[in-house]
Design a protein around this ligand. Structure first.
Ligand code: NDP
Ligand code: MG
Length: 397
């Protein structure tokens, strides 16, 4: 790294994780230099971020948005260059003047730039769980071969990472299993027979966390936890039967490691993404995150319960797809992205998300070669989306 200053690219800087990252960065101007930012639709926000953080480059998805951003930057006398399209994201993620990449794009759209950062040996701060769910072993090999450092930002995985021994080789022999905690989302206690009437606004109103709309819906269905089980399988190289899930409605314990001897290590904190973000940014040091502190005298009880498979039928799909042919988790992710977008658009009902995911998995059997590459995964993702979109017609309201 450059004389103590970490040069940072933030992919998805206009989102929930992206803006929280900039909050933490702004507290430590001596430590971080923002080299690149990216937006998809919220270009006004992107321009405001450029004005504040003065990056070398800002990436937008298409020419019309690029023209608007260029004009807005010129009007403010800013020299930030505007780059366009998916390829520009990968170029930013692997640029020579970038030390660290915060991957905060939502969905499989983040896979290619994550792979580019991994191959280029960057320090990769991974919030974009879908990229790992789709990329799986290929992603992890790119990290290893590229000499990248992969730091989990998802709060559960940051918690596990913080509880694990530093010596990676010791993980398998010292750990019995890990326990990912889940809040249970807004419908934890709702009668499962009434879930079909849920509206998008009810689904995105998470009790503990403020997040983007897609992950908020995933939390309400617990598909988020299914994706996180798959994410943990790859991040920590654990067999799926050594990954468990418990509902912990207060979201204070962010996850736990159960050691061979029965000792349990947990990481606690207020539910604020600035904590795992600051940890990833500063690892192995610790810096001020700006998150409120836990006050144990005010905390009250911490409670736990098993997830109810009638309310959350999608959770089991994590273990099912991990046991299936390679690429099954990519099919599940693609179906779920199509389903959540359709639910948010009002096209299908809430419980139809599970139906569509299960039907797409029944219909699409991946046949990836042992030595498959990124293009094969992208083709599988595209095929699964097409099938899910077709199957959705039978489920439309
Ligand atoms: P948001 O929806 O708030 O932000 C997503 C970001 O990605 C935005 O900057 C958005 O741009 C950009 N984006 C969206 N689609 C595309 C695309 N097709 N190509 C390029 N850029 C795109 O999501 P979150 O910040 O909530 O989540 C980001 C990732 O982090 C997700 O994978 C999520 O699962 C994970 N995560 C989030 C947590 C949270 O607390 N929010 C916690 C743990 C993990 P724009 O806004 O300009 O349209
Ligand atoms: Mg999480």
């Amino acid at each position: 790294m450059n004389a103590g200053v970490q040069r940072l690219a933030i992919l998805g800087s206009t989102g929930s994780v992206g803006t929280s990252t900039l909050d933490v960065v702004a507290r430590h101007p001596e430590r971080f230099q923002v080299v690149g930012l990216s937006a998809f639709q919220r270009t006004d926000e992107l321009v405001a971020q450029c004005e504040r953080f003065r990056p070398r480059v800002a990436v937008v998805p298409d020419e019309p948005r690029a023209a608007a951003v260029r004009a807005a930057l010129a009007a403010r006398g800013l020299a930030t260059e505007v780059a366009v399209g998916a390829q520009a994201l990968s170029e930013l993620a692997s640029a020579a003047d970038v030390d660290s990449v915060m991957a905060a794009i939502v969905g499989a759209a983040g896979l290619s730039p994550c792979m580019a950062a991994a191959r280029a040996g960057k320090r990769l701060l991974l919030a974009n769980k879908e990229a790992l769910v789709v990329g799986g072993g290929l992603f992890m090999r790119a990290v290893q071969e590229g000499g990248a450092t992969l730091l989990p930002i998802d709060s559960e995985h940051s918690a596990i990472f913080q509880c694990l021994p530093e010596d990676r080789g010791a993980w398998a022999s010292r750990i019995d299993h890990i326990v990912l905690t889940a809040s249970g989302g807004p419908f934890r206690q709702r009668d499962p027979d009434t879930l079909h009437g849920i509206t998008p606004e009810q689904a995105v109103a998470h009790p503990n966390w403020v997040m983007g709309r897609k992950i908020s819906v995933d939390s309400a269905t617990m598909m988020n936890k299914a994706l996180e089980v798959i994410e943990a399988r790859w991040l920590f190289d654990l067999p799926p039967d050594r990954i468990r899930v418990v509902i912990h409605p207060q979201s204070i314990i962010h996850s736990m490691v159960v050691c061979r001897d029965g000792s349990v290590l947990a990481q606690l904190g207020t539910p604020d993404m600035k904590v795992p973000i600051a940890f990833g940014l500063s690892f192995p040091e610790r810096i001020e995150s700006g998150a409120p502190r836990l006050d144990f005298t005010q905390l009250g009880a911490l409670s736990f319960e098993p997830p109810d498979s009638r309310r959350f039928p999608g959770l089991q799909l994590a273990w099912d797809t991990l046991a299936g042919p390679a690429g099954s988790t990519a099919v599940l992710n693609a179906a779920n992205e199509v389903a959540v977008a359709a639910f948010l658009a009002g096209t299908i009902g809430f419980t139809a998300i599970h139906t569509l995911n299960a039907r797409t998995l029944d219909r699409v059997t991946p046949a990836l070669a042992e030595d498959h590459g990124l293009d094969d995964l992208i083709a599988l993702d595209t095929r699964a989306r097409a099938v899910a979109t077709e199957l959705m017609k039978d489920l439309a309201r």
